[in-house]
Design a protein around this ligand. Structure first.
Ligand SMILES: NC(=O)c1ccc[n+]([C@@H]2O[C@H](COP(=O)([O-])OP(=O)(O)OC[C@H]3O[C@@H](n4cnc5c(N)ncnc54)[C@H](OP(=O)(O)O)[C@@H]3O)[C@@H](O)[C@H]2O)c1
Length: 278
């Protein structure tokens, strides 16, 4: 259930249809979230442009600009005429690059004061000490808030495919190594719809965190994951030390909940349906 007045009500509140819609640029439009945001904006009949370092993913039904936020190559042309940006580009393998890329993006948006919608990660403050990527995400939020460009900061919890990826990595033969954690896995399609609504509305500063409908501990996350795969494994609980202890400190958030549950997403994924909810 949507707790933020979703669907048409949300779109009206966000301003869709009240005035000429801005051209919305989606950075990282070839990535998991970026693609879904492009789809959500397209479904709202918004004007959309995707930005990525590579060629447009196939199929891609919007305008596409090749640009690198880190070097600035192609960026001026990509932001030309843009009224809002949903910033989905990120490189967790090189976290500090995200800071430099954000600086370039803010500088490119400043002359026209385009609305910057930034995607943060929910509940990570207490875990950030052990993860550079989390520290960078929080620093990026501070940069956005102090940038002088109109902004909306939307934090989301862990996306379903990301939780799935973690469990795959922790799965070794008949063993499933699992750290203690409680997550609120969220549907990418639900997050994307929220981001699209915000991009088409006025800047709002920090808005309620977007999260999935359930908070699931390690036992439930792994049990549902194994059930969907018709597998059984020997669960090995990893000791809560170092980065694993930090994972356990990811905080539960109470904000804008909705989208498919973890088990619904697992069932859809197992049956080959779209991993995004429409
Ligand atoms: N995954 C989660 O569970 C989760 C949860 C909450 C929030 N978030 C946030 O959501 C955002 C999107 O995550 P995601 O999972 O969709 O990531 P993703 O699939 O890895 O997509 C990131 C995209 O950013 C692009 N990119 C990276 N550096 C770039 C640069 N310098 N210039 C242009 N494009 C660049 C990448 O392009 P290339 O293909 O060229 O590398 C990629 O297409 C991130 O800000 C992330 O922190 C993620």
């Amino acid at each position: 259930m949507d707790s933020f007045g979703g669907g048409a009500a949300f779109e009206r509140e966000a301003g869709v249809g009240e005035k000429p819609e801005p051209l919305v640029l989606v950075t990282g439009a070839g990535g998991s979230l970026g693609r879904a945001v492009v789809d959500a904006l397209t479904a709202l009949k918004a004007r959309v442009r995707g930005l990525g370092r590579r060629a447009a993913p196939e199929p891609f039904r919007a305008d596409w600009r090749r640009a690198d936020l880190l070097t600035g190559d192609g960026l001026a042309a990509a932001v030309d005429g843009v009224g809002a940006v949903v910033h989905c580009a990120s490189d967790p393998r090189r976290p500090s690059d995200d800071l430099a890329a954000l600086d370039r993006l803010i500088a490119a948006l400043a002359p026209n004061r385009a609305h910057l919608v930034f995607v943060g990660i929910a509940g990570i403050e207490a875990a950030a000490e052990k993860f550079e990527y989390y520290r960078v995400k929080l620093e990026c939020e501070r940069k956005v808030a102090q940038s002088g460009v109109p902004y909306t900061i939307v934090r989301a919890t862990q996306f379903h495919p990301f939780v799935d990826l973690i469990l795959r990595k922790l799965s070794v033969g008949p063993l499933l190594f699992a750290p203690r954690m409680t997550l609120q896995p969220v549907d990418i399609g639900f997050v994307a719809k929220r981001l699209a609504g915000y991009a088409l509305g006025p800047p709002r500063g920090r808005v309620p965190d977007v999260h999935g409908p359930e908070a699931l501990d390690t036992g439930t996350l792994t049990a549902e994951w194994l059930k969907a795969r018709h597998q059984s494994k020997i669960g090995i609980r990893l000791p809560s030390i170092g980065p694993l202890a930090a994972l356990a400190r990811i905080q539960r958030v109470d904000g804008d909940a909705g989208g498919r549950t973890w088990s619904e997403w697992l069932a859809a994924e197992a049956s080959g349906e779209s991993v995004y909810s429409s």
